[in-house]
Design a protein around this ligand. Structure first.
Ligand code: APR
Length: 312
């Protein structure tokens, strides 16, 4: 196998992402973490699972970036996870320091990679990676919309009593409290959800989606969600590696689209070998556009906060 994916952070999200990529057999995986033995141990465990997974993919673990050289895709999950009662923004400063250091290392060693950013607050960390690497914006993309849409799809499927496979959904905006789920683009087997569930119920499912991450943190008590975040990250990595031209909601750098400039926010994009190959512009209602722009503004403010603390 000659395609290579580096996953930085061998915690819950990173290791599960590595597992899914290896199981799919789309690339070899290098798992990097600062903790001595953790990436090595987890990658050896996956290596021993490979015969049963029936995959030729190889998995390596390291505490340094040497083995990551020439990666096609880098998934950044390094950082601290949310604890109960902690907002994604509480993580802002601590994770920015970590993500900046990671971006500088991977940028040097894999200058042609597409970088998928998962660490929270995700939209802001994506911008940090973009700034730190100096990569073209299309090769730095954030994982949020695929996860938020998956949560919304799961809740709609549970409510309607249908297979989650038949539910498609679009959630735009920031990956956080300001996300913008769009029920009119949410379909159950091609039928708008608004024709299947009543408006009040759809609104409740939207609220549950908005709090999807916090609901899991509350249940787990220590640590945050990882199966769905990893599934979403692996789906994005696969879209890039196989040049699938998937249409997925991802955090992309906006340059005038939706009236927003110079900031990452969740929009439908075409994801392929080149990274974000196009940003799809929908006609949003005034209300939706306002909500979207407010969520982009929140990211912009967090980015500025970081800029100030960096220069202080
Ligand atoms: N370089 C590499 N790895 C690092 C660094 C660093 N500088 N700093 C921390 N890590 C590693 C930790 O050692 C840990 O193994 O990142 C890993 C994070 O794993 P978990 O604590 O299990 O967190 P996880 O649930 O995987 O979430 C990771 O994704 O969804 C987001 O909010 C979540 O920001 C968090 C990230």
């Amino acid at each position: 196998m000659n395609r290579k994916v580096t996953v930085v952070g061998a915690g819950n999200v990173g290791a599960t992402t590595a597992q899914l990529i290896a199981e799919k057999g789309v690339a070899d995986v290098v798992l990097v973490d600062i903790l001595d033995g953790i990436p090595q141990g987890k990658s050896l465990d996956m290596t021993e699972a490979a015969p049963v997974w029936n995959t030729s993919a190889r998995v390596f673990g390291a505490n340094d970036y040497g083995p990551t050289e020439g990666s096609d895709v880098v998934v950044v999950t390094a950082g601290l996870a949310r604890k109960p009662g902690m907002s994604r923004d509480d993580l802002l400063h601590a994770n920015a320091r970590i993500v900046r250091a990671v971006a500088s290392e991977v940028g040097k060693r894999s200058p042609e990679a597409v970088i998928i950013v998962v660490s929270n607050p995700m939209d802001v960390m994506t911008q940090v990676v973009f700034q730190e690497t100096g990569f073209p914006a299309r090769r730095v993309v954030g994982m949020g919309g695929v996860l938020d849409s998956a949560r919304f799809r799961a809740f709609v499927a549970m409510e309607a009593g249908v297979s989650a496979r038949d539910v498609s959904a679009l959630v735009m905006g920031g990956h956080g409290d300001s996300m913008v789920p769009l029920p009119r683009y949410t379909m159950v087997g091609g039928i708008p959800v608004t024709e299947i569930l009543d408006k009040a119920r759809v609104q409740e499912l939207i609220e549950r989606t908005r709090n999807g991450g916090a609901e899991i943190v509350g249940l787990l008590k220590s640590g945050s969600a990882y199966y769905a975040p990893a599934a979403a990250s692996a789906e994005m990595a696969e879209a890039v590696l196989r040049d699938e031209k998937r249409v997925l909601p991802c955090a992309a750098y906006l340059e005038g689209q939706y009236g927003v400039t110079g900031v990452y926010s969740g929009v439908p994009v075409k994801l392929g070998a080149g990274g974000v190959e196009a940003i799809l512009e929908l006609k949003l209602s005034d209300e939706e556009l306002k909500a979207f722009q407010a969520s982009a503004r929140a990211v912009q403010e967090a980015v500025s906060k970081l800029g100030e603390s960096k220069s202080a």
